[in-house]
Write a protein of this length. Sequence first.
Length: 191
Amino acid sequence: MLTEPVITGEKVRLRDKKLSDAHNDYTWQVDTELARLDAAAPAGVSFQAYLLDYAHQLRFPGSSRRIFAIETRDQRHIGNCSYYNIDRRRRTAELGIMIGDRDFWGKGYGADAVRALLGYVFSETDLRHIYLKTLEWNYRAQRCFAGCGFVLGGFLYQEGHSFIRMEIKREQWEERRAVLRLNNQGTGPER
Protein backbone atom coordinates (compact mmCIF):
# COMPACT_ATOMS: atom_id res chain seq x y z
CA MET A 1 0.00 0.00 0.00
CA LEU A 2 1.22 3.50 -0.80
CA THR A 3 1.94 5.68 2.17
CA GLU A 4 2.04 9.40 1.67
CA PRO A 5 1.35 12.34 3.91
CA VAL A 6 -2.20 13.25 4.69
CA ILE A 7 -3.58 15.95 2.40
CA THR A 8 -5.34 18.66 4.36
CA GLY A 9 -8.02 21.11 3.40
CA GLU A 10 -9.87 23.63 5.54
CA LYS A 11 -12.51 21.12 6.69
CA VAL A 12 -11.19 17.73 5.57
CA ARG A 13 -8.20 15.46 5.50
CA LEU A 14 -7.55 13.06 2.63
CA ARG A 15 -5.70 9.92 3.61
CA ASP A 16 -4.94 6.52 2.17
CA LYS A 17 -7.74 3.98 2.39
CA LYS A 18 -7.57 1.30 5.07
CA LEU A 19 -9.46 -1.90 5.80
CA SER A 20 -11.50 -0.27 8.57
CA ASP A 21 -13.11 1.95 5.88
CA ALA A 22 -14.75 -1.08 4.25
CA HIS A 23 -17.92 -1.03 6.37
CA ASN A 24 -18.73 2.60 5.51
CA ASP A 25 -17.79 2.09 1.87
CA TYR A 26 -20.02 -0.98 1.59
CA THR A 27 -22.93 0.86 3.23
CA TRP A 28 -22.54 3.65 0.67
CA GLN A 29 -22.13 1.21 -2.25
CA VAL A 30 -25.45 -0.54 -1.50
CA ASP A 31 -27.34 2.74 -0.96
CA THR A 32 -29.78 3.26 -3.86
CA GLU A 33 -29.73 7.07 -3.73
CA LEU A 34 -25.93 7.23 -3.73
CA ALA A 35 -25.82 4.71 -6.58
CA ARG A 36 -28.29 6.84 -8.57
CA LEU A 37 -26.09 9.93 -8.05
CA ASP A 38 -23.17 7.87 -9.38
CA ALA A 39 -25.18 6.54 -12.38
CA ALA A 40 -24.57 3.02 -11.08
CA ALA A 41 -26.50 0.11 -9.66
CA PRO A 42 -26.20 -0.54 -5.93
CA ALA A 43 -23.57 -3.17 -5.12
CA GLY A 44 -25.13 -6.59 -5.36
CA VAL A 45 -22.66 -8.63 -3.33
CA SER A 46 -22.49 -9.69 0.28
CA PHE A 47 -20.32 -7.75 2.69
CA GLN A 48 -17.96 -10.74 2.96
CA ALA A 49 -17.40 -10.84 -0.82
CA TYR A 50 -17.01 -7.06 -0.87
CA LEU A 51 -14.46 -7.24 1.96
CA LEU A 52 -12.34 -9.83 0.13
CA ASP A 53 -12.18 -7.65 -2.98
CA TYR A 54 -11.59 -4.54 -0.87
CA ALA A 55 -8.62 -6.14 0.92
CA HIS A 56 -7.18 -7.24 -2.42
CA GLN A 57 -7.45 -3.71 -3.86
CA LEU A 58 -5.73 -2.26 -0.80
CA ARG A 59 -2.91 -4.74 -1.11
CA PHE A 60 -2.52 -4.34 -4.89
CA PRO A 61 -3.72 -0.81 -5.70
CA GLY A 62 -2.52 -0.58 -9.31
CA SER A 63 -0.92 2.43 -10.97
CA SER A 64 -3.84 3.87 -12.94
CA ARG A 65 -5.69 5.30 -9.95
CA ARG A 66 -5.26 6.77 -6.49
CA ILE A 67 -8.08 6.60 -3.93
CA PHE A 68 -8.35 8.58 -0.70
CA ALA A 69 -10.70 8.48 2.26
CA ILE A 70 -12.23 11.84 3.13
CA GLU A 71 -12.23 12.54 6.86
CA THR A 72 -13.39 15.45 8.94
CA ARG A 73 -10.75 17.12 11.07
CA ASP A 74 -11.86 14.87 13.96
CA GLN A 75 -11.13 11.80 11.77
CA ARG A 76 -14.70 10.81 10.91
CA HIS A 77 -14.74 8.99 7.56
CA ILE A 78 -17.43 10.72 5.47
CA GLY A 79 -16.61 9.75 1.90
CA ASN A 80 -13.98 9.03 -0.72
CA CYS A 81 -12.30 10.77 -3.61
CA SER A 82 -9.91 9.65 -6.27
CA TYR A 83 -8.14 10.38 -9.46
CA TYR A 84 -8.16 7.50 -11.92
CA ASN A 85 -7.94 6.61 -15.60
CA ILE A 86 -4.48 8.13 -15.32
CA ASP A 87 -2.91 8.62 -18.74
CA ARG A 88 0.77 9.25 -18.07
CA ARG A 89 1.53 10.07 -21.71
CA ARG A 90 -1.17 12.74 -21.98
CA ARG A 91 -0.78 13.65 -18.29
CA THR A 92 -4.52 13.49 -17.65
CA ALA A 93 -6.77 11.81 -15.10
CA GLU A 94 -10.42 11.66 -14.14
CA LEU A 95 -11.60 12.86 -10.73
CA GLY A 96 -14.29 11.18 -8.67
CA ILE A 97 -15.81 12.06 -5.32
CA MET A 98 -18.59 10.85 -3.08
CA ILE A 99 -19.67 12.20 0.28
CA GLY A 100 -21.47 9.14 1.58
CA ASP A 101 -22.40 10.49 5.01
CA ARG A 102 -25.51 12.61 4.45
CA ASP A 103 -24.84 14.62 7.63
CA PHE A 104 -22.10 16.36 5.63
CA TRP A 105 -24.02 17.10 2.42
CA GLY A 106 -24.36 20.74 1.39
CA LYS A 107 -21.86 22.00 3.97
CA GLY A 108 -18.76 22.50 1.82
CA TYR A 109 -16.98 19.25 2.68
CA GLY A 110 -17.10 17.95 -0.89
CA ALA A 111 -15.80 21.19 -2.36
CA ASP A 112 -13.01 21.29 0.21
CA ALA A 113 -12.04 17.70 -0.64
CA VAL A 114 -11.98 18.53 -4.37
CA ARG A 115 -9.80 21.60 -3.77
CA ALA A 116 -7.43 19.59 -1.55
CA LEU A 117 -7.18 16.80 -4.11
CA LEU A 118 -6.53 19.26 -6.96
CA GLY A 119 -3.85 20.93 -4.86
CA TYR A 120 -2.16 17.59 -4.34
CA VAL A 121 -2.44 16.47 -7.97
CA PHE A 122 -1.17 19.73 -9.45
CA SER A 123 1.60 20.21 -6.85
CA GLU A 124 2.86 16.66 -6.36
CA THR A 125 2.34 14.90 -9.71
CA ASP A 126 3.10 15.71 -13.32
CA LEU A 127 -0.57 15.57 -14.33
CA ARG A 128 -1.68 18.65 -16.26
CA HIS A 129 -5.37 18.11 -16.95
CA ILE A 130 -8.12 16.76 -14.66
CA TYR A 131 -11.60 16.05 -15.93
CA LEU A 132 -14.77 14.56 -14.52
CA LYS A 133 -18.25 13.71 -15.57
CA THR A 134 -21.41 14.37 -13.63
CA LEU A 135 -25.01 13.61 -14.39
CA GLU A 136 -26.70 16.34 -16.40
CA TRP A 137 -29.40 16.78 -13.73
CA ASN A 138 -26.99 16.89 -10.75
CA TYR A 139 -26.86 20.67 -10.40
CA ARG A 140 -25.49 20.56 -6.86
CA ALA A 141 -22.41 18.67 -8.06
CA GLN A 142 -22.01 20.99 -11.05
CA ARG A 143 -22.07 24.07 -8.77
CA CYS A 144 -19.50 22.43 -6.49
CA PHE A 145 -17.15 21.64 -9.36
CA ALA A 146 -17.57 25.07 -10.97
CA GLY A 147 -16.80 26.66 -7.59
CA CYS A 148 -13.56 24.67 -7.53
CA GLY A 149 -12.52 26.02 -10.93
CA PHE A 150 -13.82 23.36 -13.32
CA VAL A 151 -15.26 24.58 -16.61
CA LEU A 152 -17.63 22.94 -19.05
CA GLY A 153 -15.79 20.56 -21.32
CA GLY A 154 -18.67 18.98 -23.22
CA PHE A 155 -21.56 16.57 -23.03
CA LEU A 156 -21.69 12.82 -23.36
CA TYR A 157 -24.24 10.05 -23.34
CA GLN A 158 -23.06 6.83 -21.78
CA GLU A 159 -24.88 3.67 -20.70
CA GLY A 160 -28.27 5.37 -20.87
CA HIS A 161 -27.26 8.52 -18.95
CA SER A 162 -26.57 12.10 -20.03
CA PHE A 163 -23.43 13.54 -18.48
CA ILE A 164 -21.71 16.89 -18.41
CA ARG A 165 -17.94 16.74 -18.71
CA MET A 166 -16.05 19.34 -16.71
CA GLU A 167 -12.32 19.96 -16.65
CA ILE A 168 -9.52 22.01 -15.20
CA LYS A 169 -5.96 22.41 -16.40
CA ARG A 170 -2.93 22.99 -14.22
CA GLU A 171 -2.52 26.53 -15.60
CA GLN A 172 -6.12 27.40 -14.71
CA TRP A 173 -5.64 26.00 -11.21
CA GLU A 174 -2.40 27.97 -10.73
CA GLU A 175 -4.05 31.17 -11.95
CA ARG A 176 -7.02 30.63 -9.63
CA ARG A 177 -4.72 29.93 -6.69
CA ALA A 178 -2.75 33.14 -7.36
CA VAL A 179 -5.98 35.19 -7.45
CA LEU A 180 -7.17 33.61 -4.18
CA ARG A 181 -3.82 34.39 -2.57
CA LEU A 182 -4.10 38.03 -3.63
CA ASN A 183 -7.66 38.25 -2.35
CA ASN A 184 -6.72 36.65 0.98
CA GLN A 185 -3.45 38.60 1.19
CA GLY A 186 -2.04 35.88 3.40
CA THR A 187 -4.88 35.98 5.94
CA GLY A 188 -6.41 32.57 5.30
CA PRO A 189 -5.53 29.02 4.37
CA GLU A 190 -4.30 28.55 0.85
CA ARG A 191 -6.57 26.70 -1.58
